[in-house]
Each structure stands twice: as structure tokens, then as C-alpha cells.
Design a binder for this molecule. Structure first.
Ligand SMILES: NC(=O)c1ccc[n+]([C@@H]2O[C@H](COP(=O)([O-])OP(=O)(O)OC[C@H]3O[C@@H](n4cnc5c(N)ncnc54)[C@H](OP(=O)(O)O)[C@@H]3O)[C@@H](O)[C@H]2O)c1
Length: 248
């Protein structure tokens, strides 16, 4: 039985993961052995997303991942149902284009919370709740921007780099808890998250190949990398760069 917990499934890369899980026979072909719990902040969107795949066992939990302090309490009543979670995909994220003069502690914390601290807290609660012998594999979505640097995304890049350091650093200790964590770090992926880039650069799509020669990554391609890494027998504590040809 595969019990997935997925954040960020209402849009972009997370939505593509959910589609592959529910409709593709390449990954997890026996759908009767698949249970999926979505975690997100808005009930309407979560319901709409779950309703897309009526033949898959999908439920959802409402948690605002900008508030990591609320996660443990929010999961309290569902811990019994979450005991057998053995796959975690953390695709929730937010970015902002802002100069350092706008980057107050409050705004910095919001980006740090959603992109880093809520993953750490969600993982912690799931590990505490799972039977010791049960294996857990987790993949978090970082960003190549944390390594290449991207102007006006200081809080985002710092949060994603913190996430990567956590993934690498926690890996050895996590073996004790039968848990493997990895991350993917994509270059630009064609999702609604690019709205800011398209707003400030009207030629963003035309010029993308000068930045990443393979062009924009499709959400499906990123989702496949996530699912491959989730089932990898030879990766733990790694960051897989989906660079689309970008130098880093
Ligand atoms: N697109 C890119 O070029 C790119 C490149 C590198 C890395 N990434 C990373 O890839 C991951 C997925 O991003 P995407 O491109 O698929 O973006 P997206 O289409 O904007 O999706 C972001 C997801 O995060 C969820 N989310 C945002 N704030 C939340 C909150 N406070 N609580 C719970 N859920 C929240 C959104 O839920 P709602 O539907 O409720 O808003 C949505 O499901 C992110 O971690 C992002 O940083 C993206």
C-alpha cells in the first residue's frame, strides 16, 4: 500500500504529480493500493483538485503552510489515518520578487515558513507518528535559483538553500527512523509561479532559451523526476538539479 501525503497539489508541479499518480500506469499501476492525502490552505481548491480523480482514493487536510507552528495541532485528529504515510512530496512554495528595502522580518519569515520550516515540521510530525519499522520516502522541491542566485529573490533563495542543507544534513540521522529524504531543484518550470517573471519581463518566454537552453521545463517532466527520486534505491540526502541546461 502506498499512502502519499502531498502538498502543493492544487497547482503546477504538485498537480502534475497528482495527475501522474492517478492516471499514469507507469507509476504505481495498481490504483487500489494507492491512497493520497493532500495538504493545502483552501478547501474549495482542494476539493476541486480531488474531484478531478474520482477513481483514486484522495482526501485532503486544510493547513496553511505559511504557519508551521499550527501544523502539529492541525494534524492532531488525523494522526491515526496518517500512520501509514510512506511517501511525502512537498511541492508547496511561494516566491516573491522584492528588493531588500521591502524585505521586512515578517515578509522574510513568510517565505522561509512555506519553503523550508513547514517541510521540516511536517516531516517531524509524520516520523513521530509512524511505526518505527515502516519505511518513509520524501522528496521536497527546492529551486536552482538558490544555487545560481536570482535577483530580487533573496528570501526565496535563502529558504530553498536552507531546505537543501537540511535535506543533506538530516539524511544520516533519518536512516535511524527508516526515512529517506531527497530534493529536486528545478530551473524555470512552466507553472503559475512564473507570473511575476512574465510581469516584469514581457520577453520572458521568448528569451528563456538564452537562460536555459532546453527551454522551460514542463510540470510533467519535473513531476516524473520527483517520482523517480521518490522510488530511487541509490539516493539519500541528495539534491537533483533539473537544470534544463542552465549553468550552475
Ligand atoms: N515554477 C518554477 O519555475 C519553479 C522553479 C523552481 C522551483 N519551484 C518550486 O516548485 C514548487 C511548486 O511550485 P509551482 O511552480 O508548481 O508553483 P504554483 O503553481 O504556484 O504552486 C504552488 C503550490 O503551493 C501551494 N501553496 C502556496 N502557499 C501555500 C500555503 N500558504 N499553504 C499551503 N499551500 C500553499 C499552492 O496552493 P494554492 O493553490 O492554495 O495557492 C500551490 O498548490 C515550489 O516549491 C516552487 O518554489 C518552481
Amino acid at each position: 500500500m502506498f499512502h502519499f501525503l502531498i502538498t502543493g497539489a492544487t497547482s503546477g508541479i504538485g498537480a502534475a504529480v497528482l495527475e501522474l499518480l492517478s492516471l499514469s500506469n507507469i507509476y504505481y499501476p495498481d490504483k487500489s493500493k494507492l491512497k493520497i492525502t493532500l495538504v493545502g490552505r483552501g478547501e474549495e481548491k482542494l476539493k476541486q483538485t480531488a474531484d478531478l480523480y474520482k477513481n483514486t482514493d484522495i482526501n485532503y487536510l486544510i493547513i496553511d503552510l505559511q504557519d508551521p507552528l499550527s501544523i502539529e495541532e492541525a494534524l492532531k485528529d488525523d494522526l491515526q489515518n496518517l500512520k501509514n504515510v510512506n511517501r511525502l512530496i512537498y511541492s508547496a512554495g511561494q516566491t516573491r520578487i522584492e528588493g531588500i528595502r521591502q524585505l521586512s522580518v515578517k515578509r522574510n519569515m513568510e517565505i522561509l515558513n512555506i519553503n523550508y520550516l513547514s517541510f521540516v515540521e511536517l516531516l517531524r510530525v509524520i516520523i513521530l507518528n509512524k511505526p518505527a519499522e515502516s519505511k518513509l520516502s520524501a522528496v521536497a522541491v527546492s529551486a536552482l535559483a538558490a544555487t545560481t542566485g536570482a535577483p530580487y529573490t533573496d528570501s526565496y533563495s535563502a529558504a530553498k538553500k536552507a531546505l537543501e542543507v537540511y535535506i543533506k544534513n538530516s539524511s544520516l540521522e533519518l536512516f535511524k527512523y527508516n526515512t529517506i529524504v531527497n530534493a529536486v531543484a528545478p530551473a524555470y518550470v512552466d507553472t503559475p509561479m512564473l507570473k511575476f517573471n512574465r510581469l516584469i519581463n514581457k520577453n520572458f518566454d521568448d528569451s528563456i532559451k538564452s537562460i536555459q537552453p532546453l527551454g522551460l521545463i514542463s510540470p510533467e517532466a519535473a513531476a516524473k523526476e520527483i517520482l523517480n527520486l521518490l522510488e530511487s534505491d541509490c539516493c539519500a540526502g541528495t539534491i537533483r538539479f533539473l537544470n534544463a541546461g542552465m549553468q550552475y
